[in-house]
Design a protein around this ligand. Structure first.
Ligand code: ADP
Length: 313
């Protein structure tokens, strides 16, 4: 029961009981000697006010104590949460720093390996047999792949760290720019990219361009052989945010992988089937979440995939 209802009820009951029994009670207390009726009324009134005041005091202090205890609990919880958030932030910073330093430092020896392998291949190509040349090629491919992974890891650790300012970005222009960057692949695959009146959004330009590059790149890559890619980019106004939709006609994704593909290094295919490092969508997710939105996918194997992401207005 609500405290205010409880207090009103107690007040009502005590008041009614007092009206009904107070005369007899006072008469028995004063042994029937009552000076006059006016005095009796005053004594009755005073006793009633005193008893209700005591009762109210007890009830209010009880509720005050409960509220005070709850407040103390909330304060403790709040400070625990603050301490945990602080710890998480520090760990996150450490991790990002670690990723950046290691990937940066790893690039140097890797460049040396690739350089010397290429030199070996160039200088001794004629004196090496076919198997040895194949081994060198495998090693060069491996080193190049590792270089790409390191670069992607660096890009992932850099998300949200740039000094890039929020600005008004016309998505129609942005998609056009991304298409120009990927024009070679678009021509080679005879892809059709269609935009349907995209809005102007407030975002970090470079980061958002990276999102479209990755999503479009995947739509052009994960396609059945000899099927020209077809990509539709549309937007829906959700009131306080925009929902951007990138729909392709590719190989599709099974429902059990809808979440997994957004984690770093999670790939559903081998590099010989489709090239890649498995970091692209992790970067996309981090960028979108960094801008206050979220991203998800809906798809059916063999019937294409639709990627959705939101951007707050
Ligand atoms: P990468 O393309 O480098 O492997 P991503 O993080 O971009 O890395 O994608 C992760 C995985 O999600 C891909 O390996 C692929 O299996 C799947 N995927 C991503 N986009 C699509 C798409 N449009 N159609 C089908 N599968 C996709």
């Amino acid at each position: 029961m609500n405290p205010n209802v409880k207090i009103a009820l107690i007040y009502l009951i005590i008041g009614s009981l007092w009206i009904l029994v107070s005369d007899q009670l006072l008469l028995s207390l004063l042994n029937g000697n009552i000076p006059d009726t006016n005095h009796l009324q005053t004594v009755k009134g005073l006793l009633y006010v005193a008893s209700t005041a005591i009762l109210l005091y007890i009830l209010v202090s009880r509720y005050y104590r409960t509220i005070h205890e709850k407040l103390r609990e909330l304060e403790t919880l709040n400070s625990t949460l603050k301490a945990q958030a602080h710890k998480l932030e520090a760990t996150n910073k450490d991790l990002e720093q670690f990723a950046q330093i290691t990937s940066h430092d790893l690039q140097e020896p890797l460049r040396t390996i690739t350089g010397f392998l290429t030199l070996l291949d160039k200088k001794y190509k004629t004196s090496l047999d076919e198997a040895a040349q194949g081994y060198i090629q495998f090693a060069v491919d491996g080193a190049e792949r590792m270089q790409k992974i390191i670069q992607d890891l660096l890009a992932l650790s850099r998300v949200g760290r740039t000094a890039d300012q929020l600005e008004q970005v016309d998505l129609n222009d942005m998609v056009k720019e991304v298409c120009t960057l990927q024009s070679q692949l678009i021509n080679d695959t005879r892809a059709k990219i269609q935009c349907h009146q995209l809005p102007t959004v407030t975002a970090h330009r470079q980061a958002l361009e990276q999102v479209f590059q990755n999503l479009l790149g995947n739509a052009l890559k994960y396609i059945e052989k000899d099927t020209p890619p077809s990509v539709h980019i549309t937007a829906t106004d959700l009131g306080d945010s925009w929902k951007i939709i990138v729909k392709d006609n590719g190989i599709g994704i099974h429902e059990e992988y809808y979440e997994k593909i957004f984690l770093p290094f999670q790939r559903l295919h081998s590099s010989s089937e489709y090239t890649g490092t498995g970091i692209g969508l992790a970067i996309v997710k981090k960028i979108i979440e960094n801008q206050g939105g979220h991203i998800w996918v809906e798809s059916k194997p063999g019937s294409g995939s639709t990627f959705y992401f939101t951007l707050p207005k």
